[in-house]
Write a protein that binds this ligand. Sequence first.
Ligand code: PLP
Length: 383
Amino acid sequence: MNSKLPTTGTTIFAVMSNLAHEHKAINLSQGFPSFNPDQALLDLVTHYLNNNGNQYAPMVGVPKLRQSIADKVSMLYGRSVDPDTEVTVCDGATEGLFSAIQATVHPGDEVIIFDPAFDSYEPAVTLAGGRTVHIPLIETEANPDYHIDWERLESAINERTRLIILNFPHNPSGVILESEDLDRLAEMVRNTNVYLISDEVYEHIVFDGAEHQSFIRHDELWERSFVISSFGKTYHATGWKVGYCVAPPALTNEFRKIHQWVCYAVVSPIQYAIGDYMASTPEHYKALPIFYEEKRDRFCDLIKNSRFIFRPSKGTFFQILDYSEITDEDDTSYAKRLTREIGVASIPVSVFCEKVPSSRELRFCFAKDDDMLEKAAERLCRL
Ligand SMILES: Cc1ncc(COP(=O)(O)O)c(C=O)c1O
């Protein structure tokens, strides 16, 4: 068969998780919590499973959930969005990203993404007939965290550029945006026909008192943005695959035309349950930064005497560790070797990049119970 995605193989997440399983390794590779959602949320799902919550949901999402999303957005980001015309529940953030890309990208269009980049962006662009332009995030002496190379971005934008996809808090590095970054981006796309996708699945996982800079906050960016989030990350339920897209009415209209034919509607009982839970228990997402900050601090403290070099993550539930003091081996072989030999699985950062970077970095997920983190750290400290 003439493949539409000839270069797509098995994702590294499946490869590393399978390897972890085979070697009974501690799996800090794939980004999922080792703990369950709140029992109250599970009880709500059970309630709706047993009380007529099992038929097709409306194509755009159940009204209560869309209202709860709109209320949250208004409370956190200060914008009143209309749940009927600006909020759509989707089949995980992955479907939201896919539908937003199909809605905007035409054959021949260029789409800018920043490496290291989440792996679902490029195939979706390819299927839409677009071309992905990769711009590496840079680390400089003045700013050692990964950040946007604004000059490079400015020179990459041209009349073929249709879309820029950004993801902050950033997987895998955990870096976040400052409000000045949003202003700078707004300057760059002003007077262009460029749309934006802001992948904000880690919107509630930002540390050290920082504030998440949602594109929903920013008047100019908002006008051209699809903002995508995921309940999987927020409610410790990655397997539910429920997320949402918030975008102005004209963009939402086009988004829904695609969403309708990708999945039509999203799993009903879980939508009813999250809709109730969000409204009754906003303290869950409000407490999430502290919850994960404690996990980050725990993990960083446990490995502080190892030979890995790191700066504590600023957001997400990932910590990057630089292993250049330990070996010069490439990151994919090293990640596999660590899984086999010391029983700790991670993700090599190069898989998120078009060009293999010279840095030697692995991504570790710390959304795990303390005993798992302790065991993993003890093994990492032996290296
Ligand atoms: C940056 C980023 N975007 C999107 C997703 C996909 O989210 P979902 O599981 O809701 O489809 C993930 C999941 O790991 C992610 O890290």
